[in-house]
Design a protein around this ligand. Structure first.
Ligand code: TGC
Ligand code: FAD
Length: 396
């Protein structure tokens, strides 16, 4: 154990007795994930973030707690759970670190989901069981250097060469790219239609250079995907989907998980600040006794409670297949916004100690700057809500 390893004393806030809304199965999944995070993630994560390295040895544990494809049917290696269970898993993992949750989100929602939802039976059988067990890791390539918020403008393309396709182009900001065995990639065909496909490491002309110098999500590996005349077998292309709705359908899954996950980071910051406020003495009394500190804590727990209710309801709707993409956007945007706000206030409450790696808050705060940007920025989600309520499209 490294010198910065310390005991994780986390206790989750549950101000409105929301536990009563969960099933015994949900609570068991949560207890297992929480124990795993306390034992395996908390003691090491600060060191990995400081040295900007993804802790690869956590992959097996993530698979064991069911974090890879929890809603994918058991016959394909998934856990066949409902969406509340999936949300709970993301919340517990992101309570530990957003970068570790990212790895799980990408694997489950952005790699396994499209293979399951859009893939052929042969593709499902070939990839899903290995992805669920973590023996194979995947990444998701949508964003390009010149097309982030507007993926419809992508220039990565495939041309039909008879027995196979030829893939050219580049993707950037891709989580898990540096170590992924496969990439789910979105590219335009000769008719300008967006198609999805599985690109395998080792294919000639395919490389994954790592992105360095990040101040955020440092324990998650990010990279580019570069395609230089890569030959893609026709059986690697998804038969069932064309158009932007393909990748955006995957994003609905991942954004849903982030809505729960970011609350986990917020809950960790609140819990840390609350404990510190009772222990830290200034002017002869605990700082938690001062009104200004109580205001911060009261507002934090209020926002967390509202956020918990929102994602709980969203989970019910999603399990019933009734959650709209716009409802998911609202929850993603709300959870990340309140989490960032809570992290910034919690950091102030710890004074100078708040900027150190002795506590998780500064790491959460920096991670959340990525979370507020990826999977659709804060402003993009605001415009999705704006479009939904007015019927007027601000993007066009
Ligand atoms: P638009 O014309 O509105 O729609 C095109 C087609 O897509 C359909 N659609 C959706 N389908 C499913 N789910 C959604 N959420 C959908 N939103 C739209 C739409 O019905 C239409 O279908 P059809 O049949 O008529 O063709 O598209 P647009 O080009 O105007 O763009 C709309 C906009 C801006 C909302 C969209 O481009 C967007 O969401 N942009 C944000 C991009 C984004 O989120 N990128 C994320 C990249 S992946 C990532 O960040 C992973 S981080 C992972 C981690 O580490 O955790
Ligand atoms: P831009 O689209 O250039 O946006 C810049 C600013 O302009 C933003 O504030 C945005 O809100 C604003 N803006 C853009 N359009 C409008 C508009 N119409 N109206 C008002 N404001 C607007 N992508 C993947 O495909 N796979 C991944 O695994 C992945 N992982 C990532 C990991 C990290 C750590 C990061 C940081 C990003 C990751 N991304 C990934 C990319 C991410 O999805 C994009 O960064 C994001 O979609 C924003 O695109 P951009 O960075 O090009 O910003």
């Amino acid at each position: 154990m490294s010198k910065s390893a310390k005991k994780d004393l986390y206790e989750a806030p549950d101000y409105y007795l929301l536990d009563e809304l969960l099933t015994d199965e949900h609570k068991l999944i949560r207890a297992t994930a929480r124990e795993w995070v306390k034992k395996e993630v908390s003691p090491i994560i600060e060191d990995y973030a400081q040295k900007a390295e993804f802790p690869k040895h956590l992959i097996k544990g993530l698979a064991d707690i069911g974090a890879f494809g929890p809603t994918i049917p058991v016959e394909y290696g998934g856990a066949g759970l409902d969406y509340t269970a999936y949300g709970i898993l993301m919340q517990e993992i992101e309570r530990g670190d957003s970068g570790i949750r990212s790895t799980a989100s990408v694997q489950g929602s952005l790699v396994m989901y499209p293979i399951y939802a859009y893939g052929s039976e042969a593709q499902r059988k070939k990839y899903l069981p290995q992805l669920a067990s973590g023996e194979m890791m995947g990444c998701f390539g949508l964003t390009e250097p010149d097309h982030g918020s507007n993926p419809s403008g992508m220039v990565t393309n495939i041309t039909d060469a008879g027995s196979h396709y030829i893939l050219n182009g580049a993707k950037m900001w891709i989580s898990n790219a540096p170590f992924a065995d496969i990439a789910v990639v979105w590219a335009k065909d000769e008719a300008g239609k967006i198609r999805g496909m599985v690109v395998e490491r080792g294919m000639d002309g395919f490389s994954t250079p790592e992105t360095h110098n990040k101040w955020s999500l440092r324990a998650s590996a990010t990279g580019e995907l570069v395609f230089d005349n890569v030959q893609i077998p026709k059986e690697n292309v998804f038969p069932e989907i064309t158009g932007l709705k393909g990748p955006l359908g995957c994003l609905n899954q991942a954004r849903y998980g982030i809505a729960w996950g970011a609350l986990g980071a917020a809950m960790d910051c609140y819990d840390t600040a609350l404990r510190y406020s009772k222990e830290r003495i200034q002017f002869g009394k605990p700082i938690g006794g001062f009104q200004l500190q109580q205001k911060k804590l009261a507002e934090m727990v209020t926002e967390i409670t509202k956020g918990q209710l929102l994602v709980w309801r969203l989970g019910m709707l999603k399990s019933e297949n009734r959650a709209t993409a716009e409802q998911i956007s609202m929850a993603k945007r709300n959870s990340v916004e309140i989490a960032l706000d809570i992290a910034r206030n919690a950091r102030q409450m710890l004074g100078g100690m708040g900027i150190t790696g002795e506590y998780s808050i500064m790491r959460h705060m920096m991670n959340l700057e990525s979370v507020v940007t990826y999977e659709g920025t804060h402003d993009i989600h605001l415009l999705i809500t704006g479009m939904d309520v007015t019927g007027l499209n601000a993007f066009k």
